[in-house]
Design a binder for this molecule. Structure first.
Ligand SMILES: *Cc1c(COP(=O)(O)O)cnc(C)c1O
Length: 394
């Protein structure tokens, strides 16, 4: 008979191992709204945050909060049911139409979160016997969506088009789905979408693009990574999230009308969940206006990105090539990355260390995120401090 294991003892030992390998995760309690000038419950004094995905500085925008407040007066707080039962309100419908128009797609479907969108869409499109082709560093929610679908899960090395092409050509699967982050969340680089779309078209595959980090930031008026490249195709399914640049919460999937109708009928994470509070859709309509009119915010953000990259001359740490607000500095060792993050904290700069399994082993990094809400002075201070810390870490 197998030896009896006390399940709680086992968890405690597991937590001890996470501690020992520098991988235990802890949350910090924020006592200010989401903004660069932040206060934390565990720390005296202000700290400048370089970690949120609030790329346009909309998360604490008063006009959005005001729209949510107005929405709450109009609709109350809850939706009461799933969208397919009685939880689909006029403002949800208006939001979906606005999202479709904004992204240049036929139709859009609003999900409660991006995680739920991905785990719903992939199993709705492919199943047992089919094949999913996924970039190796795709977001975890795309990995989970692939596993839930039960399709064969074929990963290709990061942005390796030749490898992908070989795997597509070798596959006998009746249905094929290529899936990629538009902007890779831990590396900040943009996927080679024109080439991926050409492969999808050549192999009769779907191309699902998760644009959590491009929507609102890339393309004319922030219309996202497809607009950035000027891409359109019936093969494309676009997913954008609304808790990052849009500053609120939720996500959407956009594509051909029939694709959206299919998802509405088949995506389990859409069907079997309560509709998001309608007031959020009011806030999101305002957020979309601000994104569309946000050229100044994007210009300031891009100026900060250019300044950060031009100013930061590193010797041993590696600044990854990225033209997006995600500017990762790879340090390598978990403990070393944590130590640098703690040293930055002591200097009043909040930059989390991202460690495995979020990133590959040996590539622990600082995930620096710039926002239109940052000032030039704040970015300069970060550059100076990073250079000093690198020089000190002999
Ligand atoms: C954040 C993120 C998600 C999940 O979106 P949520 O709305 O936060 O659940 C999905 N994909 C990528 C690439 C992300 O970065």
């Amino acid at each position: 008979m197998a030896e009896h294991i006390d399940p709680l003892d086992e968890l405690r030992a597991g937590l001890g191992e996470l501690d020992a390998s520098g991988l235990r995760r802890r949350r910090r309690i924020v006592t200010t709204p989401c903004q660069p000038d932040t206060r934390l419950a565990d720390r005296a004094g202000p700290i400048v945050a370089f970690c949120s995905n609030d790329y346009l500085g909309l998360a604490a925008e008063p006009a959005i909060a005001e729209a949510v407040r107005r929405g709450s007066l109009r609709w109350g707080s809850g939706s009461g049911a799933s969208h397919l039962v009685s939880g689909h309100y006029a403002v949800h419908e208006a939001l979906e139409q606005r999202l479709a128009t904004f992204t240049g797609m036929d139709a859009a479907l609003y999900f409660s979160t991006g995680y739920m969108a991905n785990i719903g869409v992939m199993p709705a499109l492919v199943g047992r016997g089919d094949a999913i082709f996924a970039d190796k560093v795709n977001h975890a929610s795309l990995v989970d969506g692939a596993l839930l679908s039960r399709a064969e899960f074929i990963r290709y090395p990061h942005c390796d088009l030749a490898a992908l092409e070989g795997r597509l050509a070798a596959s006998r699967a009746p249905r094929k789905l290529i899936v990629t982050d538009g902007v890779f969340s831990m590396d900040g680089d943009i996927a080679p979408l024109p080439q991926l779309l050409a492969l999808a078209e050549a192999h009769q595959a779907w191309l699902l693009v998760d644009d959590a980090h491009g929507f609102g930031v890339l393309g004319p008026q922030g219309r996202g990574c497809l607009a950035h490249f000027g891409l359109a195709s019936p093969r494309l399914i676009y997913m954008g999230t609304l808790g990052k640049a849009a500053g609120l919460s939720g996500a959407f999937v956009a594509g051909q009308r029939d694709v959206i109708d299919w998802l509405l009928n088949k995506a389990r994470s859409y069907i079997f969940t309560t509709g998001a509070p309608p007031m959020l859709a009011d806030g999101l309509l305002t957020a979309l206006d601000l994104i569309e009119q946000g050229d100044e915010r994007r210009a300031h953000l891009n100026a900060l990105i250019a300044r950060f990259r031009a100013g930061l001359g590193l010797r041993r740490w590696q600044l990854l090539p990225s033209e997006t607000p995600i500017q990762p500095v790879v340090i390598g060792d978990n403990h070393a990355a944590l130590a640098v993050s703690q040293a930055l904290d002591a200097e009043g700069l909040w930059v989390p260390a991202i460690r495995p399994p979020t990133v590959p082993k040996g590539s622990a990094r600082l995930r620096i995120v710039l926002s239109a809400a940052h000032s030039i002075e704040q970015v300069d201070r970060l550059v100076d401090t990073l250079q000093r810390l690198e020089a000190a870490q002999a």
